[in-house]
Design a protein around this ligand. Structure first.
Ligand SMILES: Cc1ncc(C[n+]2csc(CCOP(=O)(O)OP(=O)(O)O)c2C)c(N)n1
Length: 630
């Protein structure tokens, strides 16, 4: 721990520090965070941007009694360091270590779990109302970024909070960035407030004014109305928030601890909802992160001296192949439109966005809007491709069902990060999409076994007339197979990729390759295992599956999804529908959330690597054979 912080009991002793020492504390946090993330990787830029804000909040409030909610939570590293997790910090995002996001089961200082964007104001409002009902008086504050403020939920919560006049503090952390540059009219509105010449002039005046008075000043104006009147010039810029029922303070320099604390103390004197608008710089304090905040949003281990990644990216990812394929298909078909929800680079759409700016939409963190927007583009004759991570697509369940499937509209869903995703853990695992997609009428679902197949699937989906199609693929490097020209696959057909007669494994997605490895090992145990690459989760290749199931007499299904309602359930439904009753074992995630660790570690924990599949298959096939059930 840094020299100053190691002498303190945190977070409460922050209250004993003077302004200079608080600055020193911030410097110690920043330095430790940069060093640790350089070793382990993580979300650095956003966390660097809120160091002073976190110090000010913890100096002014008393966590865990007062409740601080960090929207998304990727910027919560300074908060973690100030709340008893300093020594464990190097375990961040590692199996068994600290979670990369706030997590109540990890610390009493994390009052509500976050990970998905734009939830913090709703959560803070709920806690504030619970507090009032219980007759308590603790403070509740939500810290939300300007990116997260593009999410509809944030507006729903602002609307509600203003209406019920709850005592609630919202800190708007405005750094002009989402993961990349923020988009939308709200972002432009915030930009206008920031660039108002009054802001820089008054910021200076205000700093001088604050500099002349003690932080918790007896001289501080103590009547709420007088404070509001005296600072009217600072209130005017946020008229939009005022109209929504909030008292607005700002914009405030979010790297000036004294200034933030001063504003917080004034905000605390108001009743009803208050919004404090702080302006910060993403990546603050580390030159390379300031220069390239998008790269340092989420980064692997890097060299401190030059900011360059330590692990050279050798092979492309499935995301890269998707981006490349869509670019190619987009050149051939002018009706193709790509839509992303604030993840242009993450979903591999950078090149498409540059080559076809008129056919590309970043809708902000607005998955629901993005899907209905795409459905309507399809209704108007376009061929929209919506690229959203599996976990975030959960947001748009009803928009897929009600606006897309019910009208049988040809929207293609590029479901990235499907399956086990690794270090981001529970909140980001893509383990539900097979269930929520395959149960929707009219929806077709595919999963490629390798990168070549991924290309063909997008060509097939965009050639398919009528109906929505989802293609799910993992957060992983590709296998390195040869890439052929994208072609149309036979609709609804799977493929036998290994022959056998003792056991049939049917797998969907890249996990087919682990199933193949397991089959090879089983062979050496005398179990001849056939393997089917399903390709289509829906519609299933019924004849192929039933024929081989009959031949082998025992079936194992393998999927990177929860077992409930997933791919294996689909196979069981098929067997039941066709009156075929034989021993079947489903491998997948059994009704639990999967934590963080590397993708390989978590696949192993879930018995979904080649060894896991082999062990289960050996027990199942060996056991069944011993009971004479063949
Ligand atoms: C529903 C949802 N969609 C997408 C994401 C991915 N995501 C994580 S952080 C982020 C940008 C957040 O921007 P902002 O709130 O301004 O915070 P900053 O990183 O700039 O501090 C996005 C899009 C998410 N976490 N949740």
């Amino acid at each position: 721990m840094g020299e100053l912080l190691s002498s303190l009991k945190l977070p409460q002793d922050l209250k004993t520090l003077g302004p200079e020492q608080l600055i020193e504390a911030a410097a110690e946090i920043r330095e430790y965070m940069i060093r640790t993330v350089a070793d382990n990787g993580g979300h650095l830029a956003a966390s660097l941007g809120v160091v002073e804000l976190a110090v000010a909040l913890h100096s002014n409030y008393s966590s865990p009694r007062d409740r601080l909610i960090w929207d998304v939570g990727h910027q919560s590293y300074p908060h973690k360091l100030l709340t008893g997790r300093w020594d464990q910090f190097p375990t961040l995002r590692q199996q068994g270590g600290l979670c990369g996001f706030p997590k109540p089961s990890e610390s009493e200082h994390d009052p509500f779990l976050t990970g998905h964007s734009s939830t913090s104001i709703s959560a803070a409002l709920g806690l504030a109302r619970a507090r009032d009902c219980k007759g308590d008086d603790y403070k509740v504050a939500a810290v939300i970024g300007d990116g997260a403020l593009t999410g509809g939920m944030a507006f729903e919560a602002l609307n509600h909070a203003g209406h019920i006049k709850a005592n609630l503090l919202v800190i708007l952390n405005d750094n002009k960035m989402s993961i990349s540059s923020n988009v939308g009219s709200m972002s432009s509105y915030l930009g206008r407030i920031r660039s108002d010449p009054k802001y820089s002039r008054l910021k200076k005046d205000f700093e001088q004014f604050v500099g002349r008075i003690p932080l918790v000043g007896e001289q501080m104006v103590n009547s709420a109305e007088r404070i509001k009147g005296g600072l009217k010039y600072l209130i005017m810029p946020g008229m939009l928030f005022e109209e929504l029922g909030f008292t607005y303070f700002g914009p405030v320099d979010g790297h000036n601890i004294s200034l933030i604390m001063n504003i917080l103390q004034q905000a605390d004197k108001m009743s009803g909802p208050v919004l404090v608008h702080v302006v910060t710089e993403k990546g603050k304090g580390y030159h390379y992160a300031e220069k390239s905040p998008e790269i340092f949003h989420g980064i692997g281990p890097f060299d401190l001296n030059n900011g360059l990644p330590l692990k050279e990216k050798k092979s492309p990812t499935y995301t890269d192949i998707f981006g490349r394929t869509l670019l190619q298909l987009g050149r051939e078909n002018p009706d193709i439109v790509a839509i992303t929800a604030a993840m242009t680079a993450g979903t591999g759409l950078n090149k498409f966005s540059k080559e076809f700016p008129g056919r590309f939409y970043d809708v902000g963190i607005a998955e629901q809007h993005g899907v209905t927007f795409a459905a309507a583009l399809a209704a108007g004759g376009m061929r929209p491709v919506v690229a959203i991570y599996s976990t975030f697509l959960q947001r748009a369940y009803d928009q897929i069902l009600h606006d897309t499937c019910l009208q049988d509209l040809p929207v293609v869903f590029a479901v990235d990060r499907a399956g086990i995703i690794g270090e981001d853990g529970e909140t980001h695992q893509g383990l539900f999409d097979l269930t929520y997609l395959r149960t929707m009428p009219n929806m077709s679902v595919m999963a490629p076994a390798n990168e070549d197949e991924l290309q063909h699937m997008f060509a097939t989906a965009l050639n398919h007339v009528g109906g929505p199609v989802a293609i799910r693929y993992p957060r992983d490097k590709v296998l390195g197979v040869e890439l052929t020209k994208p072609r149309i696959l036979p609709w609804g057909r799977g493929e036998v990729i290994r022959q056998g007669e003792d056991l049939l494994i049917i797998a969907a997605g890249t996990i087919v390759n682990s199933a193949l490895e397991a089959a090879e090992k089983l062979f050496w145990q005398g179990i001849k295992t056939a393997v089917i690459n399903a390709r289509f989760i829906k519609p299933l290749d019924e004849d192929l599956i039933l024929g081989w199931a009959r031949k082998c007499g025992r079936v194992i299904t393998v999927e990177e999804n929860v077992l409930g309602g997933g791919f294996g359930s689909g196979i069981m439904e098929l067997l039941e529908k066709r009156g075929m009753f034989l021993p079947i074992k489903r491998l997948g995630i059994d009704d639990c959330f999967v934590g963080h660790g590397t993708r390989a570690q978590m696949l192993s924990v879930c018995h979904l690597d080649a060894d896991g599949i082999y062990n289960v298959a050996l027990a199942f096939a060996g056991g069944q054979a011993a009971k004479g059930l063949t």
